[in-house]
Design a protein. Structure first.
Length: 400
């Protein structure tokens, strides 16, 4: 992969030692949108765009973090108070380091050089890939063994608390637990998961609208509040419920009068989207791609009309996709308000599909559209750096 050697060499030049190289993938969500923070079900897959981190030990009890893509360097003294968020790229890494320490994992001094490849603002989890790559690098450089689910929670917590985005766990979880050629069906309450094979005969084609509307962050947190408001109202008559995950279609209709119009619409999306994930899993297992595609289409309409997180560009991209041969399903993916669509497309048609949709989109909007033809990849790992001799495992330096 492109980033690996250049980042290793740049690290050597900058810090004078050979680094270990780690990488964490972005993800695309096939179905189950905005359900993760409602304790519901999601079905993402890790994709072959990575955040790369080159890391090596330091003796001065500092974390020194720099990024190939951004100027400046962050220095944190591990024994001192953690810096406040700076509202920049470094918050994702510093937030993870702070969270690891907060949870009692003592970190060793380390230098980190970050190279992000996941397209930013496309809804493909560029943020989670930075968090996860940082987390596995810091854990391993510090000689800590932390299980992947715990790491996913730590990264999510960092984003919730340090970055201030109240995201669910889907992105970090899929970056850590993804498996090649499979989608990951995750129960976001129990964190139990299963892998669902993606047939060789299809590709995941991602079409990036090239727009990211400003309201994305604020509106995301607002959706979460609206879902919480729905739960509070329904809990008055359904005392056992903790999240929209616990509400059935029938219960929602029966108690509709307790909810504001907005809260009702949000809740209806979540309740039905959870059903779609579960049914979608069965359809995929049976190889019924057409059925799965129908659930994707329903998901898009629901995100557009009930959850109201789509936008004109995403709707257009979905409409353009539907006209093409070999398409089973098309929908927006990720948080919304711009970003990308995910299309399940017959492998033989995938390249032509990507080209035609991009062309039609550009004709209509004037915006150049990047498309990616993907198959699912494995989750985050340390990689051997090709062309460079592997550095020896270092001793723990903390306290020296
Ligand atoms: C963002 C968040 C995820 C999830 C999706 C919507 O990607 O980070 O936790 O809520 O939006 O499904």
């Amino acid at each position: 992969m492109s980033g690996q050697n250049s980042i290793a060499e740049e690290f050597c030049a900058k810090f004078g030692v050979k680094p270990h190289i780690y990488r964490a993938p972005g993800r695309v969500n096939l179905i189950g949108e905005h359900t993760d923070y409602n304790d519901g079900f999601v079905m993402p897959a890790a994709i072959g765009f990575y955040c790369w981190v080159a890391a090596g030990p330091r003796r001065d009890q500092k974390l020194v973090i720099s990024s190939e893509g951004f100027p400046g360097q962050i220095e944190v003294e591990l024994s001192k108070k953690w810096p406040r968020p700076s509202r920049s790229w470094s918050d994702y890494s510093v937030g993870v380091a702070a969270q690891l320490e907060k949870e009692g994992f003592g970190l060793s001094g380390a230098s980190l050089l970050i190279h992000g490849e996941v397209p930013i603002g496309a809804g493909l989890s560029s943020s989670a890939s930075i968090e996860v790559a940082t987390a596995i690098a810091l854990a391993e450089e510090s000689g800590l063994s932390i299980d992947r689910t715990r790491l996913a929670r730590i990264c999510q917590q960092a984003e919730n608390e340090f970055v201030g985005m109240r995201c669910g766990i889907m992105d970090q979880f899929s970056s850590l637990h993804g498996r090649a050629n499979h989608a990951l069906m995750l129960d976001c309450r129990s964190l139990q998961f299963e892998f669902v094979p993606i047939p060789e005969s299809v590709r995941l084609v991602i079409c990036n609208t090239g727009v990211k509307h400003k309201l994305a962050g604020g509106e995301y947190n607002r959706r979460r509040e609206e879902c919480e408001e729905a739960v509070r109202s329904l809990a008055k008559v359904l005392p056992g419920i903790r999240a929209l995950r616990d509400v059935s279609r029938e219960q929602l209709e029966e108690h509709r009068a307790l909810l504001s119009e907005v809260a009702y619409k949000r809740a209806k999306h979540i309740v039905k989207e959870n059903e779609r994930v579960l049914n979608g899993k069965e359809a995929l297992r049976q190889g019924d791609l057409r059925k799965f595609g129908e659930y994707m289409a329903q998901s898009h309409v629901s995100l557009r009309d009930l959850f109201e997180v789509s936008c004109a560009e995403l709707d257009l991209m979905v409409e353009l996709a539907k006209r093409e041969p070999g398409v089973y399903g098309a929908r927006m993916t990720g948080g919304g308000f711009g970003g990308a669509t995910i299309n399940l497309v017959d492998a033989r048609c995938a390249a032509g599909f990507a080209e035609k949709v991009a062309k039609a989109y550009q004709e209509k909007t004037g915006i150049a559209c990047a498309t990616y033809v993907c198959t699912p990849v494995d989750g985050a790992s340390r990689v051997e750096s090709a062309g460079l001799s592997q550095p020896k495992r270092h001793d723990r330096l903390r306290g020296l």
